[in-house]
Design a binder for this molecule. Structure first.
Ligand SMILES: NC(=O)c1ccc[n+]([C@@H]2O[C@H](COP(=O)([O-])OP(=O)(O)OC[C@H]3O[C@@H](n4cnc5c(N)ncnc54)[C@H](OP(=O)(O)O)[C@@H]3O)[C@@H](O)[C@H]2O)c1
Length: 204
């Protein structure tokens, strides 16, 4: 697949490298793609840096990983190229919005024609690097209402060495962003059903 990574620094650059290992071609992007040369050098000839809209146009699927404060700007830079595109969102707001609404639901409001999934957002790259590919596999929660986004996110998560675990539709993102128990919690896939059920019960 062609994968576009919006926000290619700590998380995005790491995911880009792992996606190259899985055989994908990568475009990394940020506000200043000319500053991403070092990241591209690590992608072994399978990566390039481009402006945001060009990177999204190139991509079959987008990994969305800018910092939260820049998320709306990144969406604006992508513009109409996001229409119909599968976008896997790893970006977190610092805290839930008033009323408990998630950042993910906000992103869907900003770009309603993209096919969004929330995933790869609960743990730092240090932990992901240690757990990647090791048994028991680490569960990676996936939240989406879009079947194609669920399928693609699950495939990529599996390829990266984790176990995709469907947590529910977009509203389930309220369970995995900062300020709730599933954020910063390592969950082995064999315990994921139990841990998710507990998190849901705690919200009621
Ligand atoms: N780091 C982790 O381990 C980790 C793990 C899980 C989730 N997350 C979440 O992922 C998000 C990113 O975290 P991070 O630590 O990777 O942040 P980071 O190191 O600050 O990287 C953010 C990237 O976004 C780019 N960016 C900023 N504004 C942009 C825009 N308008 N359009 C396109 N790109 C833009 C930045 O480049 P320019 O400034 O040059 O544009 C930079 O490359 C956060 O919401 C964080 O909560 C991070």
């Amino acid at each position: 697949m062609h994968i576009g990574v919006i926000g290619a620094w700590q998380l995005g650059a790491t995911l880009a490298e792992w996606c190259v290992e899985s055989g994908h071609d990568i475009t990394v992007t940020a506000r200043h793609p000319d500053r991403l040369g070092q990241i591209v050098d690590h992608l072994g000839g399978r990566g390039a840096a481009m402006p945001v809209a060009a990177a999204v146009s190139f991509a079959d699927v987008v990994l969305f990983a800018p910092n939260w404060e820049s998320a709306q700007e990144a969406i604006d830079l992508a513009g109409s190229t996001l229409i119909g595109k599968i976008v896997i969102n790893a970006t977190n707001p610092p805290a839930p919005a008033p009323g408990g609404r998630s950042g993910f639901e906000q992103l869907i409001d900003w770009a309603p024609d993209a096919h969004w999934a929330k995933a790869l957002n609960t743990l730092p790259t240090t932990v992901l690097s240690l757990r990647r590919g090791h048994d028991p596999l680490l569960a990676e929660f996936v939240c989406t209402d879009m079947p194609d986004a669920r399928r693609t996110a699950s495939t990529i998560i599996r390829e990266l060495g984790f176990a995709p675990f469907y947590a529910g539709g977009a509203e389930a993102a309220r369970l995995v962003e900062p300020g709730v128990p599933l954020q910063l919690t390592e969950v082995d896939v064999c315990r994921a059903t139990f841990v998710l059920a507990e998190a849901m019960a705690a919200r009621q």
